[in-house]
Design a protein around this ligand. Structure first.
Ligand SMILES: Cc1cc2nc3c(=O)[nH]c(=O)nc-3n(C[C@H](O)[C@H](O)[C@H](O)COP(=O)(O)O)c2cc1C
Length: 452
């Protein structure tokens, strides 16, 4: 195995997705144990972050799109919880103040922001958290967002990525305008700052221009590390140039390994150390004391779906297995001759699992409950099953870590209390944080200003 893909001397790195307060299943707000007003209860976000910190989880991960729904969440929240939390920067300032160690990676668009505001807000939050912030720099791919920022359509991919490079350059340039040792505060001499170290940004791009300096000193990690999400060649290029972390959604070990290699190669092409780009593979889980208990929770989540949504899932499952399920009793296994007819859709990597479960005699509803059409691989079972999944991917060199997407609020505590000790016992997960800043947690070097 290529050196940088070999994990034998490494430990798993973890991000916890903190969606809108209900974790990753949009129906989980209705579970009896769920706090139904979590979306607007800041105490609740804080509590989740503290639980994650007990489990030494490296960082929180906040996905976001500045529009009502979009990006997989849909715009109809009549029965589903929103896909995104309250505004991440404001929400995280409360979380930062109530926690000590955990990192906080938040998503902000490189298309629908201005460099000065973004650089200032991110550096302020990095200051407030004493160096625990990361920025997931995304190009924003949804027209819902475009029309919230004027009446122009979404720019094409090439333009958005051109803007993304400029945005990261401009923000990193601004971060360095306040020189590393310019913050003097000498009461005896009366010198507050060394003006010889404070220089205007003077950034002139095609899309973004910014002249002045930012009056905020370096933070304990210098500046926030960059994260990236989006697997297009343009996305990989952006990640290779700037990212310390990448949020990815592979479905198989082979797919993950290939993508991890592509990312590391992109970093090398930009003259960087491949170990400084960490791939976090998203996966979802439902933990029970037995497989049956975990499956029962997921069956309940399906019961909470509107008929329209559930029927949509059945139609999609039909296309995955090549058998029309509409009009059938979804609680009954298919007759043997139909089980035998089922064959995986060639363009959906999740299909072979769906076919295998159908052929094991599960009903279509049970197959759905196993998470075959979720946007990440899903593990349904005991804590040891979740640990086994992670260990297998990690030891195969498929990923640097995982972006955890628990099914429900309860999933966060269950992971920390039940899965973390197993991973630690197997020697593949750290016992404590490596330092105090997000860069230290990730094992990436201090950085101040634009590089590369
Ligand atoms: C795992 C994953 C997570 C993402 N999270 C977000 C997000 O939180 N907000 C957002 O606007 N876009 C998000 N994106 C979208 C990407 O930033 C990108 O806009 C989209 O994938 C299209 O770009 P591409 O052509 O590079 O794939 C995500 C993409 C992936 C693969």
């Amino acid at each position: 195995m290529t050196d940088y893909l070999d994990n034998s001397n490494k430990k798993i790195k973890l991000a916890l997705q903190l969606v809108s307060g209900y974790a990753s299943e949009f129906q989980s707000w209705r579970l009896p144990e769920s706090h139904e007003k979590a979306y607007t209860d800041i105490d609740f976000y804080v509590e989740m972050a503290k639980t994650a910190e007990k489990g030494k989880i490296h960082t929180l991960f906040i996905a976001d799109t500045p529009s009502f729904g979009g990006a997989g969440g849909g715009t109809d929240i009549a029965t589903r919880s929103p896909a995104f939390p309250l505004e991440p920067m404001v929400m995280l300032s409360a979380v930062a103040y109530a926690t000590q160690k955990i990192g906080m990676v938040a998503t902000f668009s490189t298309t629908y922001n201005l460099p000065y505001n973004l650089a200032r807000q991110l550096k302020t939050l990095d200051t407030l958290s004493k160096g625990r912030l990361g920025w997931n720099a995304v190009t924003t791919g949804t027209p819902f967002t475009a029309y919230n920022f004027g009446d122009k359509p979404l720019p094409d991919t090439a333009t958005r990525y051109e803007m993304a490079h400029e945005m990261v350059e401009a923000v990193q340039t601004l971060w360095r305008t306040f020189g590393e040792n310019a913050y003097i505060t000498d009461k005896a001499t009366g010198q507050f700052a060394d003006m010889s170290q404070i220089k205007p940004a003077g950034y002139k791009g095609k899309h973004y221009q910014v002249k002045g300096a930012l009056p905020i000193p370096a933070t304990p990690q210098g500046q926030p590390p960059i994260f990236q999400a989006g697997p297009s060649p343009e996305g990989v290029e952006l990640a290779g140039r700037f990212a310390s972390g990448v949020y990815a959604n592979p479905f198989t070990i082979e797919e993950a390994k290939a993508y991890r290699n592509v990312l590391k190669q992109s970093a090398i092409a930009h003259g960087r150390n491949p170990n400084e780009i960490n791939m976090f593979s998203g996966f979802m889980f439902t933990i029970g004391d037995s497989y049956e208990e975990a499956l029962a929770r997921r069956m309940q989540l399906l019961d909470f779906m509107s008929d329209e949504e559930f029927n949509g899932q059945i139609r999609y499952l039909s296309s995955m297995i090549g058998v029309d399920l509409t009009g059938r009793d979804v609680n009954e296994p298919l007759p043997k001759y139909l089980q035998n007819q089922a064959s995986p859709h060639p363009h959906d990597p999740r299909s072979p699992r769906a076919v295998a479960l159908i052929q094991r005699g599960m009903s279509p509803k049970e197959v759905l409950a196993n998470g075959v059409i979720n946007y990440h691989p899903v593990v349904v079972g005991m804590a040891s099953d979740v640990a086994d999944f992670m260990e297998e991917w990690f030891k195969a060199g498929a990923t640097d870590g995982f972006s955890l997407a628990p099914d429900s609020q309860m999933g966060v505590r269950e992971f920390v209390e039940k899965v973390v000790p197993i991973l630690q016992g197997r020697g593949i997960y750290h016992l404590d944080y490596e330092g105090d800043t997000l860069r230290e947690h990730l094992g990436v070097p201090y950085q101040y200003g634009l590089k590369g």
